[in-house]
Design a protein around this ligand. Structure first.
Ligand code: NAD
Length: 261
């Protein structure tokens, strides 16, 4: 339990990869604040589960990642509850699949706000505490789409490329202050976000569900398997170790070979 005494704040962690990060960091003894939308009883259940796993604290923030004031208040609430955050994982995300000329303006704005701008707001609010303590880990969830593009995902590609670029700037600014900043870029991981984009992709490309799974989602993933949530979370845990303290400004792929092509 090498994270005893440390506090992790993870955005978009009521589901999927974010919940995986929360579970993996709690298993190493960290206090964890989770965030995101979800059923009240289900979220309360996750908080209890995390407390039990870590033997430390856990809490939930309902902050909406489209709202800068709520994001900054979430970081302050985390500091008040547990101290820190020593580890910040910017992970909240949504997807929308449409051609550029038909991309709804409100979807563009929401994607950029939730994926890119929230990463800026949470990082800006968390950095002063990390600088003061002389230790910090900022981990941003990118995607293979932070390195290469796919059609019909313009806002997502733009936001994720932005996250990777932002992360490099943060890494450079705090390089001598015991703080690292990295992007983890998964390929397709089987989560509600991926499941949710199947109907739109079926419509956009005129395909069946199986065709979307095999010929679109896994078409460019050479291992022909979905990445697991646990594989992504294990890399985040490693980035929190002292062994990883020289890894900063990196964009690390966990993508079954997607971006090797
Ligand atoms: P998910 O849908 O399971 O989880 C998304 C989380 O973000 C949920 O907790 C949701 O409540 C939260 N969220 C959404 N809008 C929010 C808002 N306005 N405010 C606060 N929270 C909000 O998705 P996931 O697949 O676990 O995705 C997590 C991250 O991983 C995203 O950034 C996604 O782009 C990225 N990613 C996913 C895959 C994949 O294949 N699943 C691949 C590469 C990158």
């Amino acid at each position: 339990m090498f994270l005893k005494g440390k506090t992790a704040l993870i955005t978009g962690s009521t589901s999927g990869i974010g919940l995986g990060y929360a579970r993996a960091l709690a298993a190493e003894g960290a206090n964890v604040m989770i965030n995101g939308f979800g059923d009240e009883a289900e979220v309360a259940g996750y908080v209890e589960e995390l407390k039990e796993a870590s033997g430390a604290g856990a809490a939930y923030s309902p902050a909406d990642m489209t709202k800068p004031q709520e994001i900054r208040a979430m970081v302050a609430d985390c500091a008040k509850a547990f101290g820190g955050p020593d580890i910040l994982i910017n992970n909240a995300g949504i997807q929308h699949v449409a051609s550029v000329d038909e991309f709804p303006i409100e979807k563009w704005d929401a994607l950029i706000a939730i994926i890119l701008s929230s990463t800026f707001h949470a990082t800006a609010a968390a950095l002063p505490g990390m600088k003061e303590s002389g230790w910090g880990r900022i981990i941003n969830t990118g995607s293979m789409h932070s390195k290469v593009a796919s059609p019909f995902k313009s806002a997502y590609n733009a936001a994720k490329h932005g996250v990777a670029g932002f992360t490099k700037t943060v890494a450079l600014e705090v390089a001598q202050q015991g703080i690292t900043a990295n992007t983890i870029s998964p390929g397709y991981v089987w989560t509600p976000l991926v499941e949710g984009q199947i109907p739109d992709t079926m419509k956009a490309r005129g395909l069946t569900r199986d065709e979307v799974m095999n010929d679109v989602l896994l078409a460019n993933q050479p291992q022909k398997k979905f990445v697991t949530i646990e594989q992504v979370a294990a890399l985040a845990v490693f980035l929190c170790k002292e062994d990883a303290s020289a890894i900063t400004g990196a964009n690390l792929s966990v993508d079954g070979g997607w971006t090797a092509q």
